[in-house]
Design a protein around this ligand. Structure first.
Ligand code: RUQ
Ligand code: CUA
Length: 652
C-alpha cells in the first residue's frame, strides 16, 4: 500500500518535473530603466566576463555582462572547424582518451580559479560528462590547454568544483560502476559490485597543471554536484548524492523512495594526512592526460596506468553523511563557509546546514547509523534551519555580498531570494522558463560582487523568434543590487547552458596574450622568415613549409604532389601584431581550415585522391589584399615523374 502511494506521488512529481509551469505577465515584469542598465555604448566594454558552459555542444562561450554580447565560442571537448581545433595535427592529441579520439562531450559546469576564496581568474575548469574528463582553459589566451581523463568514473557530473586556493579540482561520478578486473558482472549485483569514485585532482599553483592526486571509494550512490568548504570550512568538500536507495532500474521511481538522501562531507585535509602516512593504495587504472604547449604550439597525450586510492570505510574520519531531503541536486556553501545548502529536487523545503554544528556532531558522535562503514550524522544535529515554502524543484543556489541566497526553482520557474541567517524568503521573481543554474559575479566565492544575477533557462517557448523544432536556450539578466530583483534582459545562449561563472573584466583584460613571439616558437615545423619557405618530400610524405604574412603565402605555386601522397601543410603566421590571424584552406581537404594566430605554427594533413590543380587561400579577411592571398597546388597521377617544385612567383 505504502509503495502504491509513493508511485502515485512520484508520478505526479514526474509530470510536474517534465512540464514546468509557465508564468504569466512576462512583459509587465520589465520596468522602465532596464534598457539603460544593460546598455554598453559602442566602443565601451562590459564590466564582467561571463564564462558559460555550452552543455551538449562541448564548448564554452564567453559573454560580456551586462550587455549579454557573445564575445567568443571556444572548443573544449569538441572539434572546431573555425580554427581547425581537433583537425590540425597539433591539436588532435587534446581530444585523445583511453577510448581513442572523442571529439565531443557534454560540458556542464565551470569553475574559475580562486586564491583565498576569491577569483584570480587564471584558469577556467570544465567537466566532460560522458567520457569523464576535466579541461583547463587558460584565460589569458582563451584556449583549452589541458584535458585530464578521469578513470573509474561514468558520467562526470559532480565536477569540476575547486577548493579555495585551487589546490584541488574534484570529480564525482554520477553513475556508479564496477571497476577493475571484475567488471563483467550482473547489473542485479549493483549493491555488491558497483562503486562510486570521487577524484581529487591536484593543481600546480604556478603552471595550473593537473594531476590525479587520489580517489576515494564511496558507496554506489549517484553523485550529483559539489562545493568546497571555504574560509571557516576550508579543508572540507560537500557532495550531493541521490539514489542512496542504490537502485539500478527505473530510477525515476526507485531512486525516489527515501525521504532523505545525503550530502557527503569529505575532510580532504584528513585524506592528505593518510596519504602522507602511506595509507593510500596504488590501483591499476588507465586514463590519458593531454597537455597543450604554448611554445611548441602543439599537444601531447600521455597514458597513465595507476591511481592512488583511499578507502574511507577503513580510513576513518574522512567521510560523513548528512541526511538531506530529497534527491538533492545542487549543494552550495555560502561566502563565509558556515552554511551548506542542499537543494532537494523533490523536497518541499530547502535545508541549510551549519558547518559549526557538523563539527560538533562529529565530535559528539551524534550518529544515526552507518553506510558501508561510514557514519551518518543526525539531520537535526547538523541543521541550521529550513527555508519553508521556497517553491517547487529547487536546483541551485548562488550568493550575493549582502547575506542573501538565490535559489533556482525548476518546476515553479522562479528564483527565490532568501536570507542566509534568518532563512526568511524576501523576494521571488518568475523566469522564462524552467531555470537551471544561476550565476552571480563572484557568487560561488568568498567574495561575491553581487550586482547582477544571470538565470540560465532550459525552455524558452515563446521568448524569441522561432527557429524550427529547436528553440534558443536562454539567459536572463537580473539586477540584484536592490531589495527586489529586477529583470533587465533576455539573451539567447550558445548550446545548452548549465553552470557559468562571472568575474570582473579588470582581472584579465590587460593580461591577454596578443601574439606569440616568433623567436620563442619551438614547433619543429616553424619558419622564422620567408626565406625558409620550402617543400620537401620524404617517401610518400610531402611537407609544405608555408609562411603567411600580409598578404601572401610562400611558397604559393607547388607542383610534383602525387595522388595518394600524405601532404602536410605547416603554416607559420609571421605577423607580430595583435588581431592578425591568417587562415589556410585548400580545395579538396575533407577536414577543416586552419586559423593561425600571429607567431604560431599549425599543420593540416591532406591526402589528395584525384588529379588536378587545387587552389588554397587565406580565410581571414586580413588586409585590403586578402583576396590576393592565395596559391595553387598541382596534383599529378600516382607514379607520375613530375618532380617537386615550388615558387613564390617572384621573377628572378
Ligand atoms: S546541472 S541545470 Cu549539470 Cu543543474 Cu545543469
Ligand atoms: Cu591572410 Cu587573409
Amino acid at each position: 500500500m505504502k509503495k502504491q502511494v509513493w508511485l502515485v506521488a512520484c508520478g505526479l512529481i514526474s509530470v510536474a518535473l517534465a512540464s514546468s509551469c509557465k508564468p504569466k505577465g512576462a512583459q509587465s515584469a520589465i520596468v522602465g530603466d532596464a534598457a539603460a542598465k544593460v546598455y554598453v555604448a559602442p566602443g565601451n566594454h562590459d564590466e564582467f566576463y561571463n564564462i558559460v558552459s555550452g552543455g551538449f555542444n562541448g564548448q564554452i562561450s564567453v559573454v560580456g555582462l551586462p550587455s549579454g554580447r557573445v564575445l567568443k565560442v571556444l572548443p573544449v571537448f569538441s572539434v572546431n572547424p573555425e580554427n581547425g581545433w581537433g583537425y590540425s595535427e597539433e591539436s588532435k592529441p587534446m581530444l585523445n582518451t583511453s577510448q581513442g579520439f572523442v571529439p565531443w562531450d557534454d560540458l556542464h559546469h565551470i569553475a574559475i580559479s580562486t586564491t583565498n576564496a576569491e577569483h584570480d581568474a587564471r584558469w577556467a575548469f570544465a567537466n566532460g560528462n560522458n567520457t569523464p574528463r576535466i579541461a583547463r582553459i587558460d584565460l589569458n589566451s582563451f584556449k583549452t590547454v589541458e584535458i585530464l581523463e578521469i578513470p573509474n568514473s561514468a558520467g562526470n557530473h559532480s565536477s569540476p568544483f575547486i577548493t579555495q586556493n585551487t589546490e584541488y579540482v574534484v570529480a564525482g561520478t554520477r553513475f556508479s560502476i564496477p571497476v577493475g578486473e571484475n567488471s563483467d558482472v550482473s547489473i542485479d549485483s549493483y549493491k555488491d559490485n558497483f562503486k562510486g569514485y570521487i577524484s581529487f585532482i591536484g593543481v600546480n599553483p604556478e603552471s595550473g597543471e593537473m594531476n590525479l592526486s587520489f580517489q576515494l571509494e564511496a558507496p554506489p550512490f549517484n553523485f550529483d554536484l559539489a562545493r568546497a568548504g571555504k574560509n571557516k570550512s576550508h579543508g572540507w568538500f560537500f557532495f550531493s548524492t541521490y539514489n542512496t536507495e542504490m537502485a539500478h532500474t527505473l530510477l525515476e521511481v526507485n531512486a525516489s523512495q527515501k525521504d532523505k538522501d545525503f550530502i557527503m562531507a569529505v575532510n580532504w585535509k584528513k585524506a592528505e594526512e593518510y596519504i602522507n602516512a602511506g595509507k593510500g593504495v596504488m590501483k591499476p587504472a588507465k586514463y590519458v592526460h593531454n597537455k597543450w604547449n604554448e611554445e611548441t604550439h602543439s599537444a601531447t597525450s600521455t597514458t597513465v596506468n595507476e591511481v592512488l586510492t583511499l578507502d574511507p570505510a577503513v580510513l576513518k574520519d574522512i567521510v560523513y553523511f548528512i541526511p538531506c531531503p530529497k534527491s538533492p541536486h545542487g549543494t552550495d556553501t555560502d561566502p563565509t563557509g558556515e552554511y551548506i545548502v542542499g537543494s532537494g529536487k523533490l523536497a518541499a523545503i530547502i535545508p541549510v546546514f551549519s558547518f559549526t554544528k557538523m563539527l560538533a556532531a562529529i565530535e559528539n558522535k551524534d550518529f544515526e547509523g552507518e553506510v558501508n562503514g561510514m557514519p551518518v550524522l543526525k539531520y537535526e544535529s547538523v541543521l541550521h534551519g529550513e527555508v519553508v515554502k521556497p517553491g517547487l524543484g529547487p536546483l541551485h543556489t548562488e550568493f550575493d555580498n549582502r547575506g542573501f541566497a538565490y535559489t533556482s526553482m525548476f518546476v515553479s520557474s522562479e528564483i527565490v531570494k532568501w536570507n542566509v541567517e534568518t532563512l526568511e524568503v524576501v523576494d521571488r521573481v518568475p523566469t522564462y522558463y524552467s531555470v537551471g543554474h544561476l550565476s552571480v559575479p563572484g557568487g560561488p566565492t568568498g567574495k561575491p560582487h553581487g550586482k547582477y544575477m544571470v538565470a540560465y533557462n532550459k525552455i524558452t517557448k515563446d521568448r524569441y523568434l522561432p527557429t524550427g523544432p529547436e528553440l534558443a536556450h536562454s539567459a536572463q539578466l537580473y539586477d540584484i543590487s536592490g531589495d527586489k530583483m529586477q529583470l533587465l534582459l533576455d539573451f539567447p545562449t550558445i548550446g545548452e547552458p548549465h553552470y557559468a561563472e562571472a568575474f570582473p573584466a579588470s582581472l584579465i583584460k590587460d593580461r591577454q596574450v596578443k601574439f606569440y613571439p616568433i623567436e620563442k616558437n619551438q614547433s619543429p615545423y616553424a619558419l622564422k622568415g620567408v626565406k625558409d619557405a620550402r617543400v620537401e618530400r620524404k617517401g610518400n610524405e610531402v611537407h609544405v613549409y608555408l609562411t603567411s604574412i600580409r598578404s601572401n603565402f610562400r611558397p604559393d605555386n607547388i607542383e610534383g604532389v602525387h595522388v595518394g601522397d600524405e601532404v602536410y601543410f605547416h603554416v607559420t603566421n609571421l605577423e607580430q601584431d595583435w588581431d592578425v590571424p591568417h587562415g589556410f584552406a585548400i580545395k579538396g581537404a575533407n577536414t577543416a581550415e586552419l586559423l593561425i594566430m600571429p607567431g604560431e605554427t599549425s599543420t593540416l594533413k591532406w591526402v589528395p585522391d584525384r588529379v588536378g590543380i587545387f587552389p588554397f587561400y587565406c580565410t581571414d579577411f586580413c588586409s585590403a589584399l586578402h583576396q590576393e592571398m592565395q596559391g595553387y597546388l598541382r596534383v599529378s597521377p600516382k607514379g607520375s615523374n613530375q618532380p617537386l617544385k615550388f615558387s613564390t612567383g617572384e621573377v628572378e
